[in-house]
Design a protein around this ligand. Structure first.
Ligand SMILES: C[S@@+](CC[C@H](N)C(=O)[O-])C[C@H]1O[C@@H](n2cnc3c(N)ncnc32)[C@H](O)[C@@H]1O
Length: 220
């Protein structure tokens, strides 16, 4: 059986153009209705001057931050997405894998007063990456993570483990993406193990939805 971490990275190579189209055409309802605004407000509310967007994808959040005068820098491991982010905005965007960030083998700047990760922590062993991000933050800096809400997507199986996303309902040629489901306590433990202290937990929710659209964690 292929290694899910490898398949995860390969799925982004395969899905890059479909993802760019889906995000830029506003095809993902939960983003339009709830989660885009949730991460933007969580970041802006901290009044950062210098932000790193981890796993920035095609760069919509970089553009939204730059439009508000914030010095935003992106990093992503997928070349087509990085090219698209660079072409669509003025923010510097680094092409680097999370493995390279953990190994500190690339220079993506440091002393960020905020690092955000919007639906970008999808692999299993996130603690080394979180520790590496910790080292890139300025003293007192914050990490803002938005992710799938574990209770909303548990589907009767509330245990850490690999799941598969099929992007059903979206136009385009999609390859299934393995992603690692983690429970709420698993998220909090990972932050703790990486040296972070949780300062805020939000559950962004559409008023007409029975379940939250995401889990938003802020840690310092
Ligand atoms: C669901 S997309 C989110 C993109 C963006 N944050 C957004 O909100 O539109 C996940 C992103 O994580 C990136 N990613 C996943 N695993 C990665 C890895 N091991 N190294 C670097 N980037 C990775 C993908 O390339 C992809 O751009």
């Amino acid at each position: 059986m292929p290694n899910p971490e490898t398949s995860l990275v390969q799925s982004w190579q395969h899905n890059a153009q479909s993802w760019i189209d889906a995000v830029r055409q506003g095809a993902i309802d939960s983003r339009l209705q709830v989660t885009d605004q949730a991460i933007l407000l969580a970041v802006l509310g901290r009044q950062p001057t210098r932000v790193l967007d981890l796993g920035c994808g095609e760069g919509w959040l970089l553009r939204a931050l730059a439009a508000r005068g914030i010095d935003a820098v992106g990093v992503d491991g997928e070349a087509t997405l990085v090219d698209a982010a660079r072409a669509a905005g003025a923010a510097p965007v680094h092409l680097a894998s999370y493995e390279q960030l953990v190994a500190a083998s690339v220079d993506i700047g440091r002393d960020y007063d905020l690092i955000c990760a919007n639906f970008a922590l999808l692999h299993q062993d996130i603690i080394p990456l979180l520790s590496a991000l910790h080292a890139l933050l300025a003293p007192g800096g914050a990490l803002v993570i938005q992710t799938l809400h574990p209770w909303a997507v548990a589907d009767g199986n509330y245990q850490d483990g690999w799941r598969e996303e099929h992007f059903s309902g979206l136009n385009g040629q999609w390859q299934p993406m393995p992603w690692y489901f983690r429970t709420l306590s698993s998220w909090l433990n990972a932050l703790d193990m990486a040296g972070f202290t949780l300062t805020s937990l939000q559950e962004p929710q559409h008023p007409q939805s029975a379940v939250p659209q995401s889990l938003l964690l802020v840690a310092q």
